[in-house]
Design a protein around this ligand. Structure first.
Ligand SMILES: Cc1ncc(COP(=O)(O)O)c(C=O)c1O
Length: 358
């Protein structure tokens, strides 16, 4: 492997949630009997309008997509209330985060990451030859702003924060974010992948701070995870530079049409949010282990004195996929993340948890 850069060799592989196909094969189930609550997908599926758009545009896939996905950026601009030149899009939020990191980080630059959190901030930092600096959240998983500021220095290029945070489910306080933004010139990138389920968003602060970017996705509340559409709301000078490096066709034709249709379907969005909020409360009240309050479409469960591995294995034997959080840096070995499902799915996972406890 002599030709591969050292910074790449250092990266530990991202561990995604298990798939229905893989679990069906390994545990001898038929795929229809498997309940997948490990990847925070929309249990209602995509908007019917998005499905129709996919069908209607199927014949056009031999033609390259339009440059810069203008139609999608305009629809996103309406949705977030910013001009289209402040919206950038990419191949899922993963693709957007990758490119944003490359805009700011060079070899030996530092990137501060508030952990436990989504693993890709670390991976994209290492890809650029940067140094991830991990700052643990407080015991109840709040962002520790004083500790973050304590490690900021002239080499700090980005501070990554996720709100609501994956896997803990809690929101950052606006006063904490303002304190951070008021105290540093480094870029602050706020990942709002789950914001539609939360009490508030902090996207309005992009108007006030030139070192602030909010990243979002259509994978969660809009149910388009398989199409890979992510976006960011950024100051105009930053979007301009992003547009120079984003592959010109990074969002495909089907993604553009389905994304636009999904954004126009308010009813499906409202139904999704209602299902998730009531399902989240139901899971928090009925899972027979300690659960953490959540503003996202998943609930974090502490299964002590068992290990997450033990409980995940027992649930897999019942055909249920949840997420063992041991692969998240700084979580220990007893945390499990359970995506909120439909009422019937939530009842099934609660019964399974009850079964493993007795
Ligand atoms: C916090 C967070 N950010 C980003 C993503 C990636 O989103 P996308 O599907 O748009 O790449 C996820 C996906 O699970 C996530 O949990």
């Amino acid at each position: 492997m002599a030709r591969i850069r050292d910074s790449i060799l250092k990266i530990s592989e991202y561990v995604p949630g298990k798939t229905i196909e893989g679990v069906a094969k390994e545990y001898g189930f038929i795929p229809e009997d498997i309940l997948k609550l490990g990847s925070n997908e929309n249990p209602l599926g995509p908007s019917p309008k998005a499905i129709k758009a996919v069908r209607n545009h199927a014949r056009t896939i031999s033609v390259y997509p339009p440059k810069g996905a203008k139609e999608l950026r305009h629809e996103l601009a309406k949705y977030v209330g910013y001009p289209a030149d402040q919206i950038v899009v990419g191949n899922g939020m993963d693709g957007v985060l990758d490119l944003l990191t490359r805009l700011f980080v060079e070899k030996n630059d530092e990137v501060i990451i508030s952990i436990p959190t989504f693993q890709y901030y670390e991976i994209f930092t290492l890809v650029c030859g940067g140094l991830p600096i991990f700052v643990p959240r407080t015991p109840n998983f709040d962002v520790d702003v004083d500790k973050l500021l304590g490690v900021v220095n002239e080499k700090t290029k980005i501070i990554f924060i996720c709100s609501p945070n994956n896997p803990t489910g809690n929101l950052m306080k606006e006063s904490d974010l303002r304190q951070l933004l008021d105290s540093t010139d480094s870029m602050v990138i706020l990942d709002e992948a789950y914001v539609e389920f939360a009490d508030f968003s902090m996207v309005e602060l992009v108007r006030e701070y030139e070192n602030f970017i909010v990243t979002r996705t259509l994978s969660k509340a809009f149910g388009l995870a398989g199409l890979r559409i992510g976006y960011a709301v950024a100051p105009p000078e930053i979007s301009k530079e992003y547009m120079k490096i984003v592959p010109v066709f990074s969002v495909n034709r089907i993604g553009i049409s389905a994304g636009v249709a999904a954004l126009r379907d308010n009813e499906h969005l409202r139904k999704t949010i209602k299902t998730i909020r009531s399902g989240s409360a139901f899971l928090q009240n009925n899972i027979p282990f300690k659960t953490y309050p959540s503003q996202a479409n998943f609930v974090l469960v502490d299964v002590s004195p068992f290990t997450a591995e033990e409980i995940c294995e027992s649930l897999l034997q019942k055909g249920i996929i949840v997420r063992d959080c041991s692969s998240f840096r700084g979580t220990g070995d007893s945390l499990i993340r359970v995506s909120v499902g439909t009422k019937e799915q939530n009842i099934r996972v609660i019964e399974a948890f009850k079964g493993v406890k007795t």
